[in-house]
Design a protein around this ligand. Structure first.
Ligand SMILES: Cc1cc2nc3c(=O)[nH]c(=O)nc-3n(C[C@H](O)[C@H](O)[C@H](O)COP(=O)(O)O)c2cc1C
Length: 363
């Protein structure tokens, strides 16, 4: 198994990666009530590094106090104390040759935490909140963001990235996927704005482009700034764009202009072939990879090694991100390379709560 393409080293972002495996971002709602990182979280993240992953992307971290927070006990990067609390994680991870990126996230209309939500348009989300993340019942109708709200939200992402840099992260991933705020801007059915942030793809992408530019102007060039995108949403898992590949190409053009250092294409269902292809062997990942030439991380069931081989060999992606299989067994890379038995994922690990202490009791 050592010769599988995902276990081959690579030089990407002028950094030496020990292999092409990435831990996918996974919210674990195990921080303190005021968004500080705990020792339990340090042990959780460092286990992935000891277990041989090339890159770790953290759970979604909130970036401002005006509506970005998704969950109770979600970690933050809003203030100095929160930034400092991440240092123990980055230091522990860097004892191994593994990179760690902070995922910066704004919940928008899909907060499990707040009843006063913000979104590009005042549209009540479909579906219900997730009780394993402390949510209950229907989502409220969000307030349509005005330009002051948008400015504050952008500054939150920029400030979050600066705090991530100070905390010793190698980079950040801007969460533009899964139906959260930035994906709400991107999605025509959720964005009915008539100003510069609504309408064409260029307008719907504008807020992300401004966040990328703002972050890049505020951190050293070596700090890696990526973007996560998806079609599916947590409250509408199999959502697809109405105009399919045309929308994918338009998105790829905007990404090319805004020049993130990587794009991470998420498929939350884990059904990459079913939920991320447009036919003729063309995936959202391959459209972006071909249009932009920048590194692409593919995600969605890539603990399946045959599928991972296709993703890399057929040039859909440069790296693959693994979620639930890594959660179940943080030593997944080292064990898979050496043909050792794995702990496999089962739903009870996250049920009735998605916390680290609950999973520890189950495993
Ligand atoms: C417990 C859990 C928490 C998650 N939290 C996040 C998150 O904070 N940010 C995000 O972008 N995706 C999140 N996801 C989605 C995963 O990153 C990934 O897209 C999904 O698990 C599919 O990958 P897999 O098939 O390898 O599990 C989460 C998934 C799980 C299982």
């Amino acid at each position: 198994m050592k010769h599988h393409p995902i276990f081959q080293n690579a030089i990407i972002w002028q950094r030496e990666l020990i292999n092409r495996t990435v831990v996918a971002p996974m919210s674990r709602v195990s921080a303190t009530a005021d968004g500080l990182v705990t020792d339990e979280m340090k042990d959780y993240y460092s286990a992935f590094a000891i277990g041989g992953f090339g890159v770790i992307i953290t759970e979604g971290i909130y970036t401002d106090v005006y509506g970005s927070q998704s969950y109770n006990n979600q970690p933050a990067l809003v203030n100095q104390a929160q930034s400092t609390s991440w240092e123990k994680v980055t230091r522990a991870v860097h004892e191994s040759p593994t990179l760690i990126f902070a995922q910066l996230m704004h919940a928008g209309a899909l907060s499990q935490y707040s009843e006063n939500t913000l979104a590009p348009s005042a549209l009540k989300p479909i579906g219900t909140k997730m009780c394993s993340y402390g949510g209950q019942g229907a989502f409220p109708t969000p307030k349509e963001m005005d330009l002051t709200d948008i400015e504050r939200m952008k500054q939150g992402f920029i400030n979050g990235a600066v705090n991530a840099y100070k905390a010793g992260f190698d980079g950040v991933e801007i969460h533009g996927a899964n139906g959260y705020l930035l994906d709400q801007f991107l999605t025509p059915e959720l964005n009915h704005r008539n100003d510069q942030y609504g309408g064409t793809m260029q307008n719907r992408f504008r807020v992300i482009a401004e966040i990328i530019a703002g972050i890049k102007a505020s951190v050293p060039q070596s700090f890696i700034v990526g973007l996560r995108v998806s079609e599916g949403k947590v409250n509408d898992l199999t959502y697809r764009w109405k105009h399919g590949i045309e929308t994918a190409k338009e998105l790829a053009e905007e990404i090319k202009v805004s020049k993130p250092d990587f794009v991470h294409v998420a498929v939350q269902t884990g059904q990459w072939e079913r939920d991320s292809f447009f036919g003729d062997g063309i995936s959202l990942a391959s459209v972006i990879r071909q249009a932009t030439g920048i590194p692409v991380i593919a995600n969605g069931g890539f603990h399946n090694l045959e599928k991972a081989e296709v993703a890399l060999k057929d040039n859909h992606a440069t790296l693959v991100a693994i979620g639930k299989a890594a959660l179940a067994d943080p030593h997944w890379v080292m064990k898979t390379m050496n043909g050792l038995p794995l702990i496999s994922f089962h739903r009870e690990m996250l049920w009735p709560e998605a916390t680290l202490s609950h999973t520890r009791k189950i495993v």
